[in-house]
Design a protein around this ligand. Structure first.
Ligand SMILES: Nc1ncnc2c1ncn2[C@@H]1O[C@H](COP(=O)(O)OP(=O)(O)O)[C@@H](O)[C@H]1O
Ligand SMILES: [Mg+2]
Length: 140
């Protein structure tokens, strides 16, 4: 039923919890692929060069670290793992990847790195639930 799983992570504990559920789901569903995506905020043009390139390199490095941590934590799972790093608004990036890769389900945390206490659903989760082209599993 869920051949292609899309997992969105931002380096938070919530996302790591979602990652473990995504791996369980992939095992149960005998999924073909687990695609893990991290989006980073767009770099403002006004920074100019070389600052823009430095900022992009830094953000990509942070995103790579997040992906490496998640892949390591998941260990061996019986499906292909793909990773993607995308510049842009997180929710738009997640939805775009789900569309392009024809994901069957999106797995993500209910909250992330945002510090607004009391929110039940973070802004990224809210936007993805509202606009996703497929089912969304929000992990608490
Ligand atoms: N930049 C991002 N890239 C990929 N996934 C993200 C990103 N930001 C958030 N997510 C996903 O969305 C979930 C909820 O985060 P979010 O809605 O941003 O909550 P908060 O407002 O607390 O930061 C995270 O657990 C993660 O799965
Ligand atoms: Mg957030």
């Amino acid at each position: 039923m869920f051949e292609r799983i899309l997992l969105a992570v931002d380096g938070s504990d919530h996302a790591m919890h979602a990652a473990r559920k995504a791996a369980d789901l992939a095992c149960c569903m005998k999924s073909a692929e687990l695609r893990i995506v991290v989006a980073y905020d767009p770099i403002p043009l006004y920074l100019g060069e070389p600052n823009m390139q430095i900022a992009i390199t830094n953000r990509k490095g942070e995103a790579e670290e997040i992906l490496n941590t998640v892949v390591k934590e998941l260990g061996e799972i019986p499906c292909e793992i793909h990773t993607e790093i995308i510049e842009g608004d997180a929710a738009s990036a997640i939805i775009e990847v789900a569309n392009v890769r024809k994901s069957d389900v999106i797995v993500m945390g209910s909250r992330g790195l945002g510090g607004l206490a009391g929110l039940l659903l973070g802004s990224t989760s809210q936007k993805v639930v509202a606009h996703a082209p497929c089912p969304v599993l929000i992990v608490r």
